[in-house]
Design a protein around this ligand. Structure first.
Ligand code: SF4
Length: 187
């Protein structure tokens, strides 16, 4: 797995102050994606994720004012990232169970749950999933934390296939929070 960059104590990629980790690799090819360079797993600025990076992640997220981490990209669930993301999420929750994990992906919740790879196991450790591809024709400036109206902000722990709990159902009053999703910001 390769890390592109980290935003520390960020306000724009989930609730509270969060440390945001961008990983390379994505095969969704959403039209209008503002982060096309991250599709390439071996993009020039991406560096191999190490145990030292994980310890730094824990140290930073331990600060009382940090709500948790946000994993984005690229797509953290890109096939080459899955085993390392699973390890990261599992060990993060073991060390800091009170902190939350938000994860942005181009996969839908349903496709993840029906998948036969590691994606459903990863979801066991994720608190909030911002799911689905960015669809340019559905671009939605009013929906918090995501970029298009098809994308959902899902309370993973309380959701299952056919009964998905959204964090935001009435988002007309939350336009101040976020205008685009983390993987396709243009403002
Ligand atoms: S918008 Fe996100 S999921 Fe879609 S291609 Fe770009 S990085 Fe991948």
């Amino acid at each position: 797995m390769k890390l592109i960059q980290v935003y520390k104590a960020d306000l724009l990629n989930g609730e509270g102050l969060r440390d945001v980790y961008f990983f390379s690799g994505c095969n969704h090819q959403c039209q209008g994606c503002f982060n096309k360079e991250t599709w390439d797993y071996d993009m020039p600025n991406a560096k191999e994720w190490t145990d030292d990076d994980f310890e730094k992640m824990i140290e930073s997220a331990s600060k009382p004012y940090i709500s948790g981490i946000t994993l984005t990209g690229g797509d953290p669930l890109f096939w080459k990232n899955q085993s390392d993301i699973l390890k990261l999420c599992k060990e993060f929750k073991e060390r800091l169970p009170e902190k939350t994990i938000w994860l942005y992906t181009g996969y839908t919740f349903e496709s993840i749950m029906f998948s036969s790879d590691l994606k459903p196991l990863i979801l066991r450790y994720v608190d909030v999933l911002c799911d689905g591809p960015f669809i340019e024709s559905l671009k939605s400036p009013n929906k918090p934390w995501v970029g298009s109206s098809n994308q959902r902000v899902i309370d993973v722990k309380n959701s299952k296939i056919g009964d998905i709990k959204l964090l935001y159902t009435d988002y007309e009053d939350t336009t101040h929070i976020q205008k685009t999703c983390s993987c396709c910001q243009d403002s």
